[in-house]
Design a binder for this molecule. Structure first.
Ligand code: PGA
Length: 225
């Protein structure tokens, strides 16, 4: 079955770097059976959309306003993202909780906004607040989300969580959201992606997505399995 592979560039890259990334990635990985989503910064969305049109790559964003269009200076609303060709949006990443003090209630409002315009929210959770976060969503909302299990201690440091723990987390999350795909995120690389995809519906990749060649290797590694 097709896996969801999400590249989270975080607050990296200029427009030209993003364009070069897309060209190099598509040279190294011209086709795949997987669903591959790029989530660049807002400032790069248009350029990336243009660079990936007519390819298998899909566009995502890293955040969305908890409000609709209106007097919310600095916020980007869900329909503004949709208008740019965005189909997925990451919400509740631990970096947003840590540096921008987002709460589970904030994240729930973002999910409602995203779903209202047909975006698929990629809801990042860790234990133990996963239960609190998911309890704020209706069953209908949960069915329209993707969940990413993102243990804080494994993000951005090379200390990926062991596969057994990820498997247990997926089982737990499926008790709360039986129909929702569950991804793993935290130091996934081209060598480890296949084993995580045995126990999940895909992966959310930060560091190993920054270089096009590395992310192409990661996608291609999965195709061999
Ligand atoms: P990482 O980031 O792959 O660099 O650990 C993952 C994430 O933050 O989603």
């Amino acid at each position: 079955m097709s896996k969801l592979l999400i590249a989270n560039w975080k607050s990296h890259k200029t427009i030209s770097a993003a364009q070069n990334w897309c060209a190099e990635f598509l040279r190294e990985c011209p086709s795949t059976e997987q669903t591959v989503i790029l989530t660049p910064s807002y400032t790069l969305l248009s350029a990336v959309q243009e660079a990936i049109q007519d390819t298998f790559l899909l566009l995502g964003a890293q955040d969305v306003s908890p409000y609709p269009q209106g007097a919310y200076t600095g916020a980007i609303s869900a329909d503004q993202l949709s208008d740019l060709g965005v189909q997925y949006v990451i919400v509740g990443h631990s970096e947003r909780r840590q540096h921008f003090h987002e709460t589970s209630a904030d994240v729930a409002r973002k999910i409602t906004q995203a779903i209202s315009v047909g975006l698929t929210p990629v809801v990042c959770v860790d234990m133990p607040y996963a239960d609190e976060q998911l309890s704020l969503l209706s069953a209908a909302e949960l069915a329209k989300c993707v969940i990413a299990y993102e243990p804080l201690e494994s993000i951005g440091n090379g200390n990926a969580m062991d596969v057994g723990t990820v498997k247990n987390a997926v089982v737990h999350l499926h008790t709360l959201a039986p129909e929702t795909p569950v991804l793993y995120g935290g130091s996934v690389d081209p060598e480890s992606v296949a084993e995580y995809c045995l126990v999940t519906d895909g992966v959310l990749v930060g560091t190993a997505s920054l270089e096009a060649a590395t992310f192409a290797k990661l996608v291609n590694a999965l195709q061999l399995h």
